[in-house]
Write a protein that binds this ligand. Structure first.
Ligand code: HEM
Length: 119
């Protein structure tokens, strides 16, 4: 049987590391850093990690809102969305995630575009 994406990303520990790197990369990315200027970094890292743990077949630990409610009224444009995908690929590469898993993660993220951009 094929392992879940959660397992193939290294489980809770692997995904927590990827999410932490992702938020660090966002904060260093001038295209989107201003969006996180007033954020509690530990909270955002926890939100990103738990969202992905739950969404990839891990334990039900995400306590936040859905993506539409989370991003509603933020006026996020397509360029910002692409910047987040670029950062996601960088975080996956940094954690030596395999090609197949990178494709799956990027596709999952891309598929949420209509719940994030101009909502
Ligand atoms: C598929 C793409 C995206 C996913 C999966 C995603 C996911 C998330 C998640 C899980 C949270 C935390 C929600 C919570 O803990 O309640 C969040 C918050 C947030 N997202 Fe996104 N996001 C995406 C795209 C974007 C984009 C493109 C931007 C704009 C650059 C953005 C800006 C934010 C901001 C500003 C917050 C609030 C941070 C805070 O609480 O201080 N997101 N997002």
């Amino acid at each position: 049987m094929t392992e879940s994406l959660y397992e193939r990303l290294g489980g809770t520990e692997g995904i927590t590391n990827i999410a932490s790197d992702l938020i660090d990369i966002h904060i260093a990315n001038p295209r989107i850093a201003p969006r996180y200027a007033n954020s509690d970094v530990a909270e955002v890292k926890n939100g990103a990690a738990t969202f992905f743990i739950t969404g990839t077949g891990g334990p039900d630990v995400y306590k936040g809102q859905d993506m539409l409610a989370t991003h509603k009224g933020m006026n996020i444009d397509s360029g910002e969305f692409m910047a987040v995908l670029d950062d996601a690929l960088a975080a996956l590469d940094k954690n030596n995630v395999g090609q197949r898993e990178k494709e799956e993660v990027l596709y999952i993220l891309y598929s949420m575009k209509s719940e994030v951009v101009f909502v």
